[in-house]
Design a binder for this molecule. Structure first.
Ligand SMILES: Cc1cc2nc3c(=O)[nH]c(=O)nc-3n(C[C@H](O)[C@H](O)[C@H](O)COP(=O)(O)OP(=O)(O)OC[C@H]3O[C@@H](n4cnc5c(N)ncnc54)[C@H](O)[C@@H]3O)c2cc1C
Length: 460
């Protein structure tokens, strides 16, 4: 029988990172994957969507070429080539993970893993004896249980990534980060997009002010947002699908050629045999302690299957922590600085607490904001919409939250995450020399605003 120090079930950004980290620490490791290595993130999530987002960025910039003194004639999107570029990027990165498995001498088993006992895993007809097990089986789309959800033209986020033809109109049910990203992508491609939501668009845990400003920008881009709509059904009406909900005035609805169900994801732990093991599971989400160990000794769980943060970088972080703990280190998880990004236009990113949270929790705090319109690099690249906002503790000066809407927000947030992780103060950031002319100067200026005032911006 095959014998391993650690068997990882699921080869997404949680599982494959756990496996590589464990191999670096000297363990013999196997990964079991029932689909393609890379999981949701590489195959159906972060990477394919960001490949599409990049095509859109180029398209939008090309349409503004004259602003930059360039004459390039008319620009047209070609969906099949955009999708083909996306596929090539996904394949390249999946093959990169396969190479990393080989380079780190990690055995990869293709099939569905089943836990027979805390020391034995089965895949297809093979049994693998495992000293420790890490479950990293991810999540699946959570569809609303309403009539019409199975009609042709009603898409999951997996389906929309394989579209062959651009719909004339698209109704996005749910205004999650992912829903907003797809709304931005298809709107830029020329589809008429309507987001239908039960509650106001807030994009939690984005700072409320930034979320509100972002929501105001959507209609100006041509994206309609309908709130207060508890969707009851989807009906076919001729060439269109109609999403309907009830109001005190009667039934309301909105039509689209296609409907995207962006209604979130739920943890996926089917077929693992968890109930026979007596594992503590709630609605598919596996319960773990601060060392990411389940109630079954020697069995760990990480990533989306925990049903908590549901972000690729958190899954990978947890993969490292679980791998160390499975090899008898004692490392606690620390979620103080989890950055969140929304790759829409403009981009949004945040880390730490929001201004409202500081108020609600009666934390004595100070807030500083700096607009990108006052940042030289942002002006030079023609991306002046948005701002950086920083919240710090009024007594200690420690950075408690950083929230950004604007160019490269997802990259800029790393400085905020590092500040919170290190317990840095606004003064630490203000006293750090930032290269000029760069976008991080906007973060620097925001920190200066918490001390004696930003240099290049004066509130009047
Ligand atoms: C459209 C979309 C866009 C996204 N964009 C972002 C983004 O920009 N940034 C971000 O941080 N996150 C994003 N996410 C979320 C991100 O994809 C997930 O948080 C991340 O993939 C979770 O990693 P994981 O390893 O826990 O699970 P997954 O990536 O889901 O991987 C789990 C793997 O386990 C396998 N598996 C399941 N059961 C078994 C079994 N019994 N045996 C063997 N294999 C099994 C599955 O086939 C899968 O490959 C996005 C998600 C979607 C859907």
């Amino acid at each position: 029988m095959n014998q391993k120090d650690i068997v990882v079930i699921g080869g997404g950004p949680g599982g494959y990172v756990a496996a590589i980290h464990a191999a670096h620490l000297g363990a013999e490791v196997a990964v079991i994957e029932k689909d393609r290595l890379g999981g949701t993130c590489l195959n159906r999530g972060c990477i394919p969507t960001k490949a599409l987002v990049r095509s859109i960025e180029v398209l939008l910039e090309a349409k503004r070429a004259d602003e930059f003194g360039l004459e390039i004639g008319s620009v047209k999107a070609n969906l099949s080539q955009i999708m083909s570029r996306k596929r090539q990027i996904v394949d390249k990165l999946v093959s990169g993970v396969e190479q990393l498995m080989k380079a780190n001498k990690i055995s990869v088993y293709h099939g569905a893993g089943h836990i027979v006992s805390p020391r034995l895993v089965r895949v297809n007809t093979e049994a693998i004896a495992a000293k420790k097990i890490i479950i990293a089986t991810g999540s699946e789309s959570a569809l609303l249980s309403i009539t019409g959800v199975d009609l042709p033209g009603v898409l999951t986020t997996d389906d929309i990534l394989e579209l062959k033809e651009l719909p004339e109109s698209l109704v996005v049910i749910g205004g999650s980060h992912v829903g907003v990203e797809f709304a931005s992508i298809f709107n830029a491609l020329g589809t008429k997009v309507t987001i239908v939501k039960r509650r106001p668009l807030q994009l939690e845990p984005v700072d409320e002010e930034i979320g509100r400003r972002f929501a105001q920008l959507l209609p100006r881009q041509g994206i309609e947002v309908t709130t207060g709509a508890a969707v009851r059904a989807i009906k076919r009406e001729g060439a269109f699908l109609r999403v309907v909900w009830d109001t005190p005035e009667g039934e309301r609805g909105v039509d689209g050629q296609m409907i995207l169900m962006a209604t979130g994801r739920r943890p996926y732990s089917e077929g693992l045999g968890l109930s026979q093991l007596g594992m503590n599971v709630d609605g598919g989400a596996i319960k773990v302690n601060e060392y990411l160990e389940t109630n079954i000794e020697g069995v760990y769980a990480i990533g989306d299957v925990l049903g908590q943060h549901m972000l690729a970088h958190v899954a990978s972080y947890e993969g490292e922590v679980a791998a160390e703990n499975a090899l008898d280190h004692r490392r606690r998880v620390d979620y103080r600085a989890v950055p969140t990004c929304v790759f829409a236009y403009p981009e949004i990113a945040g880390v730490g607490i929001t201004e409202k949270e500081a108020k609600d929790r009666n934390i004595p705090h100070k807030v500083s904001k700096f607009p990108f319109a006052a940042c030289g690099r942002a002006v030079a690249i023609g991306e002046t919409t948005g701002m950086v906002k920083m919240i710090c503790d009024a007594n200690s000066g420690k950075v408690l939250g950083v929230h950004i809407m604007g160019p490269n927000a997802g990259d800029l947030i790393a400085e905020g995450a590092l500040a919170i992780q290190l317990g840095a103060t606004a003064e630490d950031i203000a006293h750090t020399i930032h290269a000029h002319p760069t976008l991080p100067e906007a973060v620097h200026e925001t920190a200066m605003g918490l001390l004696n005032g930003a240099i290049h911006f004066q509130r009047v």
